[in-house]
Design a protein around this ligand. Structure first.
Ligand code: A2P
Length: 316
């Protein structure tokens, strides 16, 4: 079973395994498929799982965790690191604790290890389909929302708190009011969206970055094959006897960030863990640093091209 390094997060006791298994599938997977994939992931060595209220995978993940404990695949709940996220429809000060409790109810857990604000935006309604009308998209009440997140820690519902898809200016706002600073910012990052400015900022502020879509979310509605189909990465992979996916994941890891990568395929999820006992050469790193930059995931693609949404996309 692969040995996965862990990273210490500011203010969080438990270290976080640097690669987490994503649980959002496209097209959406049913409960049994997700549960089976997570169990397979645990057998492969994954101990960090990434979900969100909006992914619809919390229940399946929770069932897989319960099953893994029953089967003795993991000794105790504390051997796992579980991240989930506050959906924008509940990103109002008085709804955060109950939203976190609802996620815990889905997961059938007493606590999560990391609770993230999913997007820096509030929706004033619960939405069943996207895009959404412009009038329900509002700016976050940053102070009130962050106090709600801190309350989740104080109540023991989560060990750590952080954000996702937050540009520097919103992080500044949180840092100026936080009693518990954000430990993590989970953002899109891969060889084609390297996030240099945000990474530098977060490093200075001791906020750890987790990269989602490290493989460009190939074969999903929001991703493409610009990474897995890229010749520069494929040539590097060939010269090292690795796969293009492994080169992309290794590059992300070498930037000092952690990874949330989804594969529900038994071979590929294992392959993605085989990135810790080799490294990229200076020459290869240089080639990767010159790849053209194109952002894959936009909030506008989900919510619609509303002014506030476009402003967030432009700063991420
Ligand atoms: P699958 O679940 O069938 O393996 P990202 O991590 O950037 O979100 O990308 C996820 C997508 O990449 C999924 O479609 C996943 O499909 C695919 N994928 C994951 N690992 C690999 C790999 N090693 N080689 C090729 N495709 C992969």
């Amino acid at each position: 079973m692969a040995e996965i390094p862990s990273v210490n997060l500011a203010g969080v006791e438990k270290a976080m395994p640097v690669i987490g298994m994503g649980t959002m599938a496209f097209p959406p997977a049913d409960l049994e498929t997700t549960k089976a994939a997570v169990l397979e992931g645990i057998k492969a060595g994954y101990r960090h799982f990434d979900t969100a209220f909006s992914y619809g995978s919390e229940k399946a993940l929770g069932e897989a965790v319960a099953e893994a404990l029953r089967l003795g695949l993991v000794e105790s709940r504390s051997d796992l690191f579980i991240t989930t996220k506050l959906w924008a429809s509940f990103a109002a000060p008085d709804q955060i604790v109950s939203a976190c409790k609802a996620s815990l109810e889905n997961l059938k857990l007493e606590y999560v290890d990391m609770y993230l604000i999913h997007w820096p935006v509030r929706l004033t309604e619960i939405v069943k389909k996207t895009p959404v009308p412009e009038e329900i998209v509002k700016a976050l009440d940053m102070k009130g929302v962050w106090e709600g997140m801190e309350e989740c820690v104080n109540l023991g519902l989560t060990k750590g708190i952080g954000v996702s898809n937050f540009p520097c200016k919103f992080l500044e706002e949180i840092l100026s009011i936080a009693k518990i600073p954000p430990a993590v910012n989970q953002v899109e990052m891969n060889p084609f969206w390297q996030q240099k400015k945000l990474r530098d900022f977060c490093k200075e502020k001791d906020i750890h970055i987790t990269a989602y879509s490290p493989l460009g979310a190939n074969n999903t509605k929001w991703g493409d094959n610009r990474i897995l189909g890229n010749d520069v990465l494929a040539d590097i992979a060939k010269s090292m006897g690795k796969t293009t996916a492994q080169v992309a994941l290794r590059w992300v890891y070498e930037q000092g960030v952690s990874i949330a990568s989804k594969s529900f395929n038994k071979e590929r999820m294992r392959q993605n863990l085989e990135i810790f006992d080799w490294c990229l050469s200076e020459e290869d790193l240089d080639k990767i640093s010159q790849l053209p930059q194109t952002k894959g995931v936009t909030l506008a693609a989900v919510l619609g091209p509303h002014p506030l949404v476009l402003e967030i996309d432009a700063s991420l």
